[in-house]
Write a protein that binds this ligand. Structure first.
Ligand code: NAD
Length: 259
């Protein structure tokens, strides 16, 4: 098992890729703290993990709250006796507007795509430094590598996440801590539907949301969107010892979208 004895956190883990990863990591022997704003759905994921013989617990937390973002690390350490991995998977689509952007929306997008991740990571680093080992992963996006015409704010935040991951990799490498970013293309989750079906984008107005998802699929080389498990497998690689000499990278998992 590739995560035997490893204890850690996955955020936004009640749905989509985070949920797939929580189930997969637990199957691989990890003890998983399943964090999500939707506490009931997080509990359901934990139920599925336990029914399969795995070890997990749920925390219902809105990570826009600084204290909540910090506390999930202490809670995990209390429950499991330590923390070996952290996957900051949370992110929100961000507003489409630019010229007429309500700056409260800017704040919210930056808070949930950068700030909360920074706070949780700071708390985890304190613990990982003591243990002199750890692995941290941030979810960026192809939007962080190339662009996000859907939401330039999202593009800025996701590029920022890569800068943060690479800076932390250099700063904490000598403590035995690896830090990477993963950059998915389109994934078959509820969030993809929010991305493509924006009421404030006139050129998609009135189009069927599944037709829009089909259009996005055509910009990948593989001609399809990813299944959540395909992203979770790449995250498993980066967070496990399989990637023991991999740090400071921004790994595209994008079906050849940028090729
Ligand atoms: N879906 C895509 O096409 C795609 C592509 C590239 C990157 N990403 C990234 O993947 C991550 C999201 O993943 P997904 O596609 O699995 O999404 P998803 O829609 O399946 O799940 C998002 C989860 O985040 C939770 N959440 C939302 N706000 C929260 C908050 N304030 N506090 C705690 N939890 C909160 C929701 O309850 C939900 O369970 C984001 O970082 C996103 O930027 C997604």
């Amino acid at each position: 098992m590739r995560m035997a004895g490893r204890r850690g956190i996955i955020t936004a883990a009640a749905s989509g890729t985070g949920r797939a990863a929580a189930l997969m990591f637990a199957r691989e022997g990890a003890a998983v703290c399943v964090v999500d704003r939707d506490g009931d759905k997080a509990e359901a994921v934990v139920g599925d993990i336990r029914n399969a013989g795995g070890n997990a617990f749920a925390v219902g937390a809105d990570l826009s709250d600084d204290a909540a973002a910090r506390d999930i690390v202490a809670t995990t350490v209390r429950e499991f006796g330590g923390i070996d991995f952290l996957w900051n998977h949370l992110g929100i689509p961000g507003p489409a507007a630019v010229e007429d952007l309500d700056m409260a929306q800017w704040d919210s997008a930056i808070d949930l795509n950068l700030r909360s991740q920074f706070i949780t990571t700071g708390a985890a680093l304190t613990e990982m430094k003591k243990a002199h080992r750890g692995s941290i992963l941030f979810t960026s996006s192809v939007s962080g590598l190339v662009s996000s015409p859907w939401s330039p704010v999202y593009g800025a935040a996701k590029a920022g996440i890569i800068g943060l991951a690479q800076s932390l990799a250099r700063r904490y490498g000598s403590f035995g801590i690896r830090v990477n970013a993963i950059c998915p293309g389109p994934i078959d989750t509820p969030m993809l539907r929010v991305f493509v079906d924006r009421p404030d984008q006139p050129h998609t107005k009135g189009m069927d949301v599944e037709d829009l998802v089909g259009k996005v699929a055509t910009v990948t080389a593989l001609g399809r969107v990813a299944q959540p498990e395909e992203i979770a497998r790449a995250a498993l690689f980066l967070l496990s010892d399989d990637a023991s000499y991999v740090t400071g990278i921004a790994m595209p998992v994008d079906g050849g979208m940028r090729a």
